[in-house]
Ligand binder design. Structure first.
Ligand code: MF3
Ligand code: CO
Length: 298
């Protein structure tokens, strides 16, 4: 017999080692969480799988990967400016990542040809670095960096303003950042993904912006892109319930105009806004802790 949701209570001897590989007995580790999750699932709530719940050892390995990712973006922050090509940024990332013992995760990922994504102005994400793309005064650019270190993944992105830009672009970049941290405030055990989502969507909309619906965030750590898919257009109190040990990205793409987007028909990667208006995105990688959250990568 199947129940409505396809799962039944997870039955494990309380004295056997917990499935999370903490080494602690199940009864003193994840039993309470599992019981509470099962009760929620029974009333129709979407719950995480065990693969989504990381133990301390895995988290500390993700932190080591994150160290490289953060160093890369810190370097970009100090050195980016008018006249720099996006290929130059690609080379910086490559060099720093390898020097620190990592591998750039984007390179060859599903055929992506470079080590970082660089998306300018109306490019929403997945822009491909090129020596023919020269940054100029007034541009806004997202640099999206992802690292593999010892098999563990980190992922974050930041916006950079090249020289002086228009008040409109400046505001878009600032509000996109605020959206991430308004979302983050909602990340705590037993909250819903939709609580985070709703905070982001409300802040974007109250500033006259839209949130991209077709691309979102993801679990991240043991794989580059893991479940769950993280949407930023959910309603409060909906979506997956959050529990300690989950690691995922908050990376809403905020558009000045329509939420609609399209993919470059020639390179099959670069995503643009449908109306040609600007887009901005910041990305952090977050751990749900016992008391709230911890930003692992920024
Ligand atoms: N770094 C992106 C993300 O935030 C994914 C890029 S995939 C790539 O999820 F292949 F374009 F690198
Ligand atoms: Co990501």
């Amino acid at each position: 017999m199947f129940n409505k949701f396809g799962y039944t209570r997870f039955k494990m001897n309380p004295s056997s080692p917990c499935w999370c590989k903490s080494g602690k007995p199940y009864g003193n580790c994840h039993k309470e969480t599992d019981d509470r999750l099962y009760d929620l699932q029974r009333i129709g709530v979407e719950i995480p799988t065990h693969e989504m719940i990381k133990n301390h050892e895995i988290v500390s390995k993700i932190r080591l990967s994150a160290k490289i990712n953060i160093a890369c973006l810190d370097y970009v922050e100090k050195n980016i400016g008018a006249g720099v090509t996006t290929e130059q940024i690609n080379q910086w990332i490559n060099e720093i990542t390898h020097d620190m013992g990592g591998i750039p995760a984007p390179l060859n990922y599903e055929g992506f040809p470079k080590s970082v994504c660089t998306s300018i102005n109306s490019e929403v994400c997945h822009g491909i670095p090129s020596k023919s793309i020269v940054l100029k005064e007034g541009d806004i650019i997202n640099v999206d960096c992802s690292t593999i270190r010892n098999g563990y993944f980190s992922d974050s992105s930041r916006m950079f303003i090249i020289g002086e830009t228009s008040p409109e672009r400046k505001k878009l970049v600032e509000v996109a950042r605020e959206c991430v941290y308004k979302g983050l405030e909602q990340v705590k055990p037993w909250a819903f993904m939709g609580d985070m989502s709703n905070a982001i969507k409300s802040h974007a909309r109250s500033n006259g912006y839209s949130v991209v619906r077709d691309i979102g965030g993801h679990g991240c750590g043991v794989e580059f892109h893991e479940d769950p898919y993280v949407s930023y257009v959910l309603r409060k109190g909906t979506g997956m319930v959050l529990v300690p040990g989950m690691v995922f990205t908050i990376e809403p793409m905020i558009n000045a105009g329509t939420h609609r987007i399209y993919t470059d028909p020639h390179n099959h990667w670069t995503v643009y806004t449908d109306d040609g208006k600007d887009s901005a995105q910041w990305e952090i990688q977050v751990l749900v802790t016992e008391t709230g959250n911890e930003v692992l990568t920024w």
